[in-house]
Design a protein around this ligand. Structure first.
Ligand SMILES: *[C@@H]1O[C@H](CO)[C@@H](O)[C@H](O)[C@H]1NC(C)=O
Ligand SMILES: *[C@@H]1O[C@H](CO)[C@@H](O)[C@H](O)[C@H]1NC(C)=O
Ligand SMILES: *[C@@H]1O[C@H](CO)[C@@H](O)[C@H](O)[C@H]1NC(C)=O
Ligand SMILES: *[C@@H]1O[C@H](CO)[C@@H](O)[C@H](O)[C@H]1NC(C)=O
Ligand SMILES: *[C@@H]1O[C@H](CO)[C@@H](O)[C@H](O)[C@H]1NC(C)=O
Ligand SMILES: *[C@@H]1O[C@H](CO)[C@@H](O)[C@H](O)[C@H]1NC(C)=O
Length: 511
């Protein structure tokens, strides 16, 4: 009757089902956001000649930054509660009074004035004489109600509320500038805001004439195992410096990690990967394997960002170095990551991760992890699991583990997450939204493309899949070093925007 005597490995597989918060991934994202802002400052400063003349000299009109008062709950007008939502306006390129309006949609993190000064949408505004406006997403950055991020307030955080915020903002801008029907609105966004961009056109076609939706995971999915499938393909892709040797070395290194876990060599693992504390129990081990996987996931997702150590090519250089075993190369990779992120050690404490996600401390800049995690639990899922046989990382990264965090942090049960995901797809149409005049842009290196629209749906619902680029690459400012497929993609996007504006002219002219 030894049937209930589980092996240690099987026991860990059961109990390790706790969480994949991906603390390292958050660090990676924060780093990328900061890097982007620094790049934007550099590009915009060059453009504005600020390097030669200080801003104080008065030659430069900074964008307008202000806030509008929004109902906290658009769906209950008897509720008088409001919050202040931040926005930015750049009037520099606008052909007053009939030029178009380009709306840049925020989400998942704070916005800043650089969002109306730098990026492909800014280049397009310059080309087409557009008024540039950007709206920060509710509950991110400074766009918060005074009660902050407490659980009971987060119920007003949803994509439906966010789209209604865009409606109010449209009205506000229209009144502020006395806009007419011949001021054509086009909206832009990338990642989750890319979905909002498509959905704003889908649900409010009378307000926005067309939408560019970049790297938008419009199909919600509970178990997003496709993410790590693309990560494996990208580590294999020679276009970005991947190879079969690289992919195989990563897989081998993680299988050694798993066997060390199964054999109970926790002290060795803690030492080899510079764990901040002893690996206390199964939940900490789980954080560790997630943290190690995060380094590769981040490098793939943000491959184009020009971060030297954090690209597929540089990780693959380490992982295919013939000195040392793949396991030792994984140790080197981890060390390089820690040094680059200026971390003393690898934080693998599950308790610490929960503490951070539960913290209602406000940060007016950067990523909003608590808020975004809440949105995954109540709308989108998107849990990047590793149970699929093609996954290179630790197979301990499982769906139940990810879902448990929704319960642990927000008291949202697994069933409710599943129901929420199904509702989101029903509400927006998943990857067959039946909209019109939307351009979906994706990069084939980017794991998120697996949940987006990759093929033309109709004559006006178009898709563009870029060879060799990662998450939202097309939204970045043009650089001389851009690969040809990216240059061509931006040209196509620009031509499409031009076509829409011409069409809009014709339509309003007919009236
Ligand atoms: C835009 O529309 C308004 C009113 O509909 C009209 O007065 C104006 O001349 C139009 N402007 C252009 C450039 O067509
Ligand atoms: C390979 O690893 C060895 C030992 O860690 C190191 O000295 C060498 O610089 C590495 N080579 C490359 C190309 O990274
Ligand atoms: C939140 O802020 C308080 C006070 O500044 C600080 O002591 C605490 O460590 C912060 N919590 C987190 C999770 O950052
Ligand atoms: C968690 O949610 C359940 C119902 O969904 C509720 O009965 C329970 O009181 C909640 N627990 C806490 C601590 O809020
Ligand atoms: C999608 O439609 C556009 C515009 O009609 C066309 O240029 C493009 O080749 C189409 N793409 C595919 C993959 O068929
Ligand atoms: C992407 O471009 C590379 C050349 O840079 C080519 O070998 C490969 O076949 C292309 N991939 C696709 C899917 O078109």
């Amino acid at each position: 009757m030894g049937a209930w005597k589980l092996s240690l490995g099987a026991w860990l597989l059961v109990l390790l089902s706790l969480t994949q918060a991906g603390r390292n991934f958050r660090l990676f994202r924060q780093y990328i956001l900061q890097h982007r802002e620094e790049q934007a400052i550099k590009e915009a400063s060059l453009h504005l000649g600020l390097l030669a003349q200080s801003p104080a000299s008065g030659l430069w009109n900074p964008p307008i930054e202000s806030t509008i008062r929004q109902p906290l709950d658009h769906f209950n007008r008897q509720d008088q509660l409001t919050f202040n939502q931040r926005f930015w306006i750049n009037e520099e390129y606008w052909q007053h009074p009939s030029g178009p309006v380009f709306l840049y949609i925020g989400g998942e993190s704070a916005l800043s004035m650089w969002d109306v000064l730098s990026g492909h949408h800014v280049e397009l505004a310059q080309k087409y004489g557009a008024l540039l406006v950007a709206l920060e997403h509710r509950f991110y950055g400074a766009s918060l109600n005074p009660d902050g991020l407490q659980d009971q307030n987060l119920m007003f955080l949803s994509s439906q509320q966010a789209l209604s915020d865009l409606v109010s903002f449209h009205l506000f801008i229209t009144q502020k500038y006395n806009l007419m029907s011949n001021n054509t609105w086009i909206c832009f966004g990338g990642s989750y805001p890319g979905s909002l961009s498509a959905w704003f056109r889908l649900k409010f076609p009378h307000l926005v004439f067309a939408a560019v939706s970049s790297s938008a995971p419009v199909r919600a999915q509970l178990d997003f195992r496709g993410y790590n499938k693309v990560v494996a393909d990208s580590l294999l892709n020679p276009v970005v410096g991947g190879s079969k040797e690289c992919r195989d070395a990563v897989a081998e290194a993680f299988s050694i990690v798993d066997s060390l876990i199964h054999a109970g060599h926790l002290e060795k693992l803690a030492k080899d990967f510079h764990s901040c504390g002893a690996l206390k129990g199964t939940s900490d081990l789980f954080e560790m394997v997630s943290n190690l996987a995060d380094i590769f996931m981040g490098a793939v997702q943000y491959n184009d960002e020009g971060v030297q150590w954090g690209s597929v090519a540089s990780l693959c250089r380490i992982m295919t170095n013939q000195t040392g075993s793949p396991y030792q190369r994984l140790m080197v990779t981890n060390k390089v990551f820690l040094i680059s992120m200026m971390q003393q050690c690898l934080e693998n404490s599950h308790e610490e991760v929960l503490r951070e996600l539960r913290s209602t401390n406000l940060s007016v800049s950067g990523v909003g992890e608590r808020q975004w995690f809440f949105q995954t639990c109540t709308e989108f899922g998107y849990y990047q699991t590793c149970e699929d046989s093609t996954c290179l990382f630790s197979h301990l990264i499982s769906l139940p583990s990810e879902l448990d965090i929704c319960a642990e942090v927000f008291n949202v049960s697994r069933d409710r997450v599943q129901e929420a995901v199904a509702f989101t797809n029903e509400y927006y149409g998943a990857d067959c939204p039946k909209a019109s005049r939307v351009l979906f842009v994706n990069g084939d290196i980017d794991p998120w493309h697996a949940l987006s629209v990759l093929r033309n749906q109709s004559r006006s619902e178009l898709a563009l899949l870029i060879n060799g680029t990662a998450h939202c690459a097309n939204m970045m400012p043009s650089r001389p070093t851009d690969p040809l497929p990216l240059i061509q993609a931006r040209k196509w996007i620009s031509a499409q925007v031009g076509e829409w504006l011409e069409l809009a002219q014709k339509i309003t002219g007919d009236h």
